[in-house]
Each structure stands twice: as C-alpha cells, then as structure tokens.
Design a protein around this ligand. Sequence first.
Ligand SMILES: Cc1cc2nc3c(=O)[nH]c(=O)nc-3n(C[C@H](O)[C@H](O)[C@H](O)COP(=O)(O)O)c2cc1C
Length: 208
Amino acid sequence: MTSPESPASPPSEPPTVVAVSGSLREGSYTRTALQYALRAAADAGAETRLLDLREYDLPVYDPDREDTEQGDALELQRLVREADAVALGTPVYHGSYSGALKNFHDYCGWDEYEDTTVGLLATAGGGSYGSTLDHLRITVRGVHGWVLPHQVGIRNASSRFVDDPEAIDGRTFEEEDLQERVEKLGRMLARYAFIDPDVSSARADADD
Ligand SMILES: Cc1cc2nc3c(=O)[nH]c(=O)nc-3n(C[C@H](O)[C@H](O)[C@H](O)COP(=O)(O)O)c2cc1C
C-alpha cells in the first residue's frame, strides 16, 4: 500500500503549485510559512510561485467594475486558474480569515478552483485558529476546490520562529514538528495536484 505522501503514479508533467498570502504585513509569519511549504512542494517536483497580495493592486471587489478597473485581478485569476494546486495562507483576524484574502477570494469562483487541490494554513497571534481554517474550508468547498484534509495552524506566531540569516525570510521554525507540518502541506499539494483531473467531465456527464 502506498502512503498518502508517496506518488502512486507520478504525473507526466510537473504540477504547478501557487501560494496566496493573505497578510499585508511586512514581517508576515504567514508569508514565511507559505514559502517553506512552497520549497517542500518544489523539492517534491512542483513548479511553484508565491502570490503575495501585498504586491498586487486588488481593489475591493465590486461586480459593477469594468475589467479595466480591476487592477491586477485578471492576472491573479489567471494564475489561480492555471495552477494545479493552491495554498491559501491567512492571519487569524477576529477568529476568521483576513479581509485581504476574502477580497481575493471574492474575485475567484468555479473557473479558478474547480479541479484544483487546495491546502490551508492559518497563523494566529493567540491560541486559536480552528474557526479560521473552517471558514476557509467552507468557502473553498463552495467553489468546488478539493481541500486537503491535512491543514496547518500556527498559534502564538511571534514565538514560533527564530532568526536565521541563512533561512527563508531570515528565520526558521523553532520546533521541527511545526516545520514538518508546514512542509507536509507543500508535499501533499504537489502529490495531490492532479487529484481528479476528470471531475469536469464527470459533472458534464451528470448534467446531461
Ligand atoms: C485585525 C486583527 C485581528 C486579529 N484577530 C486575532 C484573533 O482573533 N485571534 C488571534 O489569535 N490573533 C488575532 N490577531 C493577531 C494575528 O493573528 C497575528 O498578528 C498573526 O501573526 C498575523 O499574521 P501575519 O504575521 O502573517 O501577519 C489579529 C490581528 C489583527 C491585526
């Protein structure tokens, strides 16, 4: 029997894994953690890209806006649509996910997420991240993303990293276990990027 992490039948092309960072904070722990996940995905054979929402012009979603008034939204939608797997990372804000990530998510629907494997990561200043991950899971389900059972919550974020000039973002995880959970998310995104390539045709059959 294969383990959940070992490739059953390796895909013929490398999967594309993108990570969306929903924190606009310069020293974001979410962004650091996502980069560790992406490195693990790359080590597992994926092509990876960080979508740091700080670097994109994304106006508050307004369905009445013309395409030309939507800043970088079309480019972000394309990057998500073309990805085989997406990591969504967010700070815990008021027990849920950040407004920046919600705004990004409002631009995305079935076209972006259907057939897409999704991994979740939440970073809390305090001790609780469960509701944030649940909210993300429900909203991604609503646009038919395939959310991995493995998810990562980081509590008490400011004490979870130690400075290391050689490391990603100049810091590394204080506990190996937490780093392993984050890296497992990246490996599983690569592993399950093509989890069900036939789902669209299955839906078309069902609609007939
Ligand atoms: C508006 C706001 C709301 C927050 N709400 C919570 C919260 O409900 N629970 C919690 O544990 N931390 C909360 N925090 C703290 C953040 O989760 C924490 O600073 C986290 O590290 C931010 O992630 P980042 O480092 O990626 O920016 C809040 C912070 C802000 C700015």
